[in-house]
Structures are given as structure tokens and as C-alpha cells.
Design a protein around this ligand. Structure first.
Ligand code: PLP
Length: 422
């Protein structure tokens, strides 16, 4: 039998991942059990609805899988209610907005070009098309958010929802102040913790659950699970619009969000992915995972320091979490050119807008670097110094093929000591 050529493509991608230095902040390497659950027969099963309340027969075992995923997620984050069905982070945010907003309602999110996410109100995304988006950003001088300024913007724009959380912001969030601001203008506060969720679950960063009405996350970044999303409530509460159940009781927010996921924005849940989420949450509840998360931050801080010592400008001057955003303008290279040169040397980063960028989103002045994936591979502080020097060589000689080949060879031999082992 001739094997489908897709498997040769997968083999090549495996080698690319195994041999290179993976610095994309939103990526990670899942464990074999997480991978195994994803590639299981649960992919065959339709299970619209929730455990015990499905629209299909034969759901006994997928119910058990989803219940386990939910109970582990609740324990991991200390949440009272969780929905593990969103297919992705964007889907989780879409469901929350569908459940809580009417078309045309004002929303207030972190500016995409300062580190926010498309789903927080970008004009090219449903969130900016269906709702009326307003934005807050970082200070030009510090690269840090001034929370008192968010209060001023909220007073002027009167949002129905304030969204905090980011894709490329290296500092922690003041959820308590944001909740005060949300309460002042009668808005719901949504924390999208897609990026740092693992660092939050392990209490290494501020916890949004006591302060934010609703929390969304992806499951595949620092959380090291399958690609997917999830919605949580620290505490369940009555919906603030007085929506009633058919029996006349005030609907709980959990019921509104469950309905917003299915049938609101999705059809059948991906049961193989939900089983895989359960495996990842089980792993995240182990003490080794906390050690892993501490090492992510230690590595990010070591890498930031090593880059600063080589003259790199890190937005906000450093990092509290797993990533850093580098403004390359003083190095005379765009984000796009840096990304392309680094890829030739088997170092993978992504070009990224920096606050107040003078380049287009396709070119950018910066790159974003994160340590979750290399930390999973076992790299520690001494290797961060090596990585900084390899990056520096490429950035200083982006078109010299000889240099790129030398760096690539150093990258491949470094990573040979930390194999992926799938
Ligand atoms: N929210 C934030 C803050 C993100 O960084 C991302 C992904 O990068 C998402 C949402 C969207 O997640 P997904 O790509 O799974 O839709």
C-alpha cells in the first residue's frame, strides 16, 4: 500500500520541530499522553450538548471524559464553573461576546498594536465588526499600561465589556483596579489569559479569577495541552440583564455561556481534544508542572537580560512572564527581515508590532520571543546566554549565508541534546 504523502510531510515537520530552537511565545510541545488522547477514537464521536444532556446516543464514555476535563480544570484554576468545549481561544471569546453583548455595544480592549489580540475589538475581526471597539494601550515612555488611564477611557466610552489580557505584553495585570473601573461603568470584565494561563494556575502571576467576571483561555500555550479554548467563572452569578429560565428563575451566567458555546457558536464538541485537555490539566496539577512554569519565567528573564546586555531594546525593559517583545529599530532591521533570517538558522520567532510602530503589521519593527517551548525541551539559564548570542549573530549578519549556516549548525547540535522523543 502506498502511504499518503501527508505522513512524509508530518515527518519533515517533526524534524523541523526537533532540530530547531522554538521561540514562538504561543507554542509548546505537548506530552505523549496529550498527543495520544488527541489521536484517539474519540474523534469519531458526536456529542452535541453537555455531559448527561446530549443530543446523541452512545455518549457514556465521552461524558466521563468531559466531566474529568471539567473537574480537573476547576481544581487547577479554583473555578466554580468551566466549559471546556470551545475549539480555540477565538471561539471562546466569540461565545462570551455572543452571550454578553448585543451588536453595536461598546467594548474596551487592549490595542492590538500594543500587544492585544484580534478578538479584543480589531476592525478585521468579528469583535470589531459586530461591536463598537475602543482601546487602551501602553505608555510611550515605559511600555507599561497605566491603569488610571483606562479609567478615563472607560468613563468616556461607557463600554458594556472591558477586556484585559494580551498576546504580547510582558508585564502582569492589575485585575483589582480593572474590576473597580468595570463596576464604575457597569461593564463586565473579561480576562483573556490565553498566554499566561499556566503561570496563573500555578500562582506565579496575579490571579484574575477573584476579580474578573469571566475568564477565557487557550489550552495550548503555557498550559501545554491540545489546541483549544475554555471559559471559566471564578464564581457563578445571576445574569445582570434579568434573563429568565422557562420556569421563571433568573438564569445563571454559566447557563448563558453554555448556550453561547452550543448552539450559539459551535456544533459538536471535539471529544478527542476534550479528552486531551483532561490529560493536560492532570499534568498541570502535578508539582513538576509548577517547577516547569517557574523555569519558563527564569528562562525568559535570563534571555531578556542576555539580549539587553547585547544592546537589544525590550519593551517595558524586561518581563514578568514567559515572553518579551523586542524593538529592533536600533539594530537597523525590520521584524520581517529578522524573522526570515532567524528561520534560515532554524530559530523560530514571529515578527510583531511594537507599541507606536512605524512599520506596517506585515513588516513590523519587532519580534516576539517566548520560552515555554524551549523550557519543555529542558533548556535552562546557561542555554539562554547561548541562544541570545546566536540570535545576535543572525541579527547582525542577516544576509550572510555563511553566518546563517554556522548558526544553524550550532542550533541543531544544541537541540540534539534535548530531543523531542515522540
Ligand atoms: N486570545 C489571545 C490573548 C491569544 O493570544 C490568542 C492566540 O494567539 C487567542 C485569543 C486566540 O486563540 P486561537 O488561536 O486558539 O483561536
Amino acid at each position: 500500500m502506498i502511504q499518503d504523502p501527508i505522513f512524509e510531510i508530518i515527518r519533515k515537520e517533526y524534524h523541523r520541530q526537533n532540530e530547531g530552537i522554538e521561540l514562538i511565545a504561543s507554542e509548546n510541545f505537548v506530552s505523549k499522553p496529550v498527543m495520544e488522547a488527541m489521536g484517539s477514537c474519540l474523534t469519531n464521536k458526536y456529542a452535541e450538548g453537555l455531559p448527561g444532556k446530549r443530543y446523541y446516543g452512545g455518549c457514556k464514555f465521552v461524558d466521563e471524559a468531559e466531566e474529568l476535563a471539567i473537574s480537573r480544570a476547576k481544581t487547577l484554576f479554583g473555578a466554580e464553573w468551566v466549559n471546556v468545549q470551545p475549539h480555540s481561544g477565538a471561539q471562546a471569546n466569540a461565545a462570551v461576546m455572543l452571550g454578553c453583548l448585543k451588536p453595536g455595544d461598546a467594548i474596551l480592549g487592549f490595542d492590538l498594536s500594543h500587544g492585544g489580540h484580534l478578538t479584543h475589538g480589531s476592525p478585521v475581526n468579528f469583535s470589531g465588526i459586530l461591536y463598537q471597539p475602543h482601546f487602551y494601550g501602553v505608555e510611550r515612555e515605559t511600555g507599561i499600561i497605566d491603569f488610571t488611564k483606562i479609567r478615563d477611557i472607560a468613563r468616556k466610552t461607557n463600554p458594556k465589556m472591558i477586556i484585559c489580557g494580551a498576546s504580547s505584553y510582558a508585564r502582569d495585570w492589575d485585575y483589582k483596579t480593572l474590576r473597580e473601573i468595570a463596576d464604575e461603568c457597569g461593564a463586565l470584565l473579561l480576562a483573556d489569559i490565553s498566554h499566561p494561563s499556566g503561570l496563573i494556575a500555578t500562582k506565579l502571576l496575579n490571579d484574575p479569577l477573584p476579580w474578573c467576571h469571566i475568564i477565557t483561555t487557550t489550552t495550548h500555550k503555557t498550559l501545554r495541552g491540545p489546541r483549544g479554548g475554555m471559559i471559566m467563572l471564578g464564581k457563578n452569578f445571576d445574569n445582570p440583564w434579568g434573563d429568565l429560565t422557562p420556569k421563571g428563575a433568573v438564569k445563571k451566567m454559566s447557563a448563558i455561556l453554555d448556550t453561547a458555546v452550543f448552539p450559539g457558536t459551535q456544533g459538536g464538541p471535539l471529544m478527542h481534544v476534550i479528552a486531551s485537555k483532561a490529560v493536560a490539566f492532570g499534568e498541570a496539577l502535578q508539582p513538576e508542572y509548577t517547577e516547569y512554569c517557574k523555569q519558563i519565567i527564569a528562562n525568559a528573564q535570563a534571555l531578556a537580560a542576555a539580549l539587553v546586555s547585547r544592546g537589544y531594546q525590550i519593551i517595558s525593559g524586561g518581563t514578568d512572564n514567559h515572553l518579551m517583545l523586542i524593538d529592533l529599530r536600533n539594530k537597523g532591521i525590520t521584524g520581517k527581515a529578522a524573522e526570515q533570517a532567524l528561520v534560515q538558522a532554524d530559530i523560530t520567532v514571529n515578527k510583531n508590532m511594537v507599541p507606536f510602530d512605524t512599520e506596517s503589521p506585515f513588516t513590523t519593527s519587532g519580534i516576539r520571543i517566548g520560552t515555554p517551548a524551549i523550557t519543555t525541551r529542558g533548556l535552562k539559564a546557561p542555554q539562554m546566554e547561548t541562544i541570545a548570542s546566536l540570535i545576535d549573530k543572525v541579527i547582525n549578519h542577516p544576509t550572510e549565508e555563511q553566518v546563517l549556516a554556522e548558526v544553524k549548525s550550532a542550533v541543531n547540535s544544541l537541540m540534539a541534546d534535548y530531543p523531542l522523543n515522540y
